[in-house]
Design a protein around this ligand. Structure first.
Ligand SMILES: O=C(O)C(=O)C[C@H](O)C(=O)CO
Ligand code: ZN
Length: 278
């Protein structure tokens, strides 16, 4: 298992970062590594994000020194969405078949977590988010059809999209994790503009479904001090609670967002008026 630790950054420091420093502290450049669990541990709300891609072998999610626990979910919960080919996730001997776009909430206390792909030619790609937990809620399989679909935006603003809320109080119980996937309609490039912050929750974005030369300009920073990170396919970015998180693509893209913090109220956002952005 690979686990890259990222410390929390003060906005007053972050505004002095060079492009390289912004990328070093906030961007996860490679999410999926064949036959590996590849994770980023953020000290922002102690959220873990990353990828699991079993190709030739099954891959296990296990405890490690950084978690200080015997097994990964001893004091954590996990959400995942498969963005690759079909596969299966085995939780303490119980098998969950995972088609593309299928999601899973895994509650605290599950000991053995094994990831597999049905075919090495088209491996499953499990994008995972995990947050500290205090209650063992039941594991729930969440197909995209069972996710809570919210339609937002319009063609006029180039932001017509559907937000599929997978780990969300309308779908399943979780301690603090929220997770979902936002799919932009063809020819729509903007997400989350007008933008917002939520000092009560942090967020991690993972952009995918992008061509080799497509880029998303991910906007971050305090509203009056914005910065951007240019992101390629299958990369993730940390959004601290003080930061806006929004993006515009050079071509169509999809993204998965995950959140953790004080509340699970998706609509609890501090909206930023356009004339406040700098
Ligand atoms: O398309 C969107 O807008 C989003 O997906 C917004 C994120 O989910 C978000 O920022 C929630 O706080
Ligand atoms: Zn948000």
């Amino acid at each position: 298992m690979r686990l890259d630790t990222r410390y929390a950054n003060h906005p007053e420091d972050s505004k002095h970062y060079t492009t390289e420093e912004l990328r070093k502290h906030y961007l996860m450049e490679t999410v999926f590594v064949a036959d590996e669990v590849n994770l980023m541990y953020s000290h922002v709300d102690r959220v873990i994000a990353g990828g699991v891609m079993p190709v030739e072998t099954e891959v296990k999610l296990e405890g490690c020194k950084e978690l200080g626990s015997e097994f990964f979910l001893e004091r954590r919960e996990l959400g995942l969405i498969n963005i690759g080919g079909s596969g299966k996730v085995i939780l303490d001997g119980v098998e969950y078949k995972m088609a593309s776009k299928d999601g899973l909430y895994v509650g605290m206390g599950v000991k053995e977590i094994t990831f597999a792909s049905d075919s090495a030619e088209n491996p499953a790609k499990y994008y995972v988010n995990s947050a500290p937990a205090h209650v063992a809620y039941p594991t729930v399989k969440i197909d995209i059809a069972n996710a809570n679909a919210v339609h937002l935006g319009d063609l006029e603003n180039s932001n017509k999209r559907t937000i599929f809320q997978y780990v969300h109080p309308a779908v399943c119980k979780s301690c603090q994790l929220l997770m979902g996937m936002t799919v932009l309609d063809p020819n729509n490039m903007w997400n989350t503009m007008p933008t917002h912050t939520h000092e009560r929750r942090m967020e991690v974005y993972f952009y995918f479904n992008m061509d080799e030369n497509t880029r998303v300009f991910h906007l971050m920073g305090q509203p009056q001090e914005t910065r951007h990170i240019v992101m390629a396919n299958e990369q993730a970015v940390i959004s601290p609670s003080w930061s806006i998180h929004s993006g515009v693509g050079t071509k169509n893209y999809t993204f998965i967002w995950g959140m953790a913090g004080e509340n699970q109220t998706f609509t609890d956002m501090d909206h930023i008026a356009m004339d406040q952005l700098r």
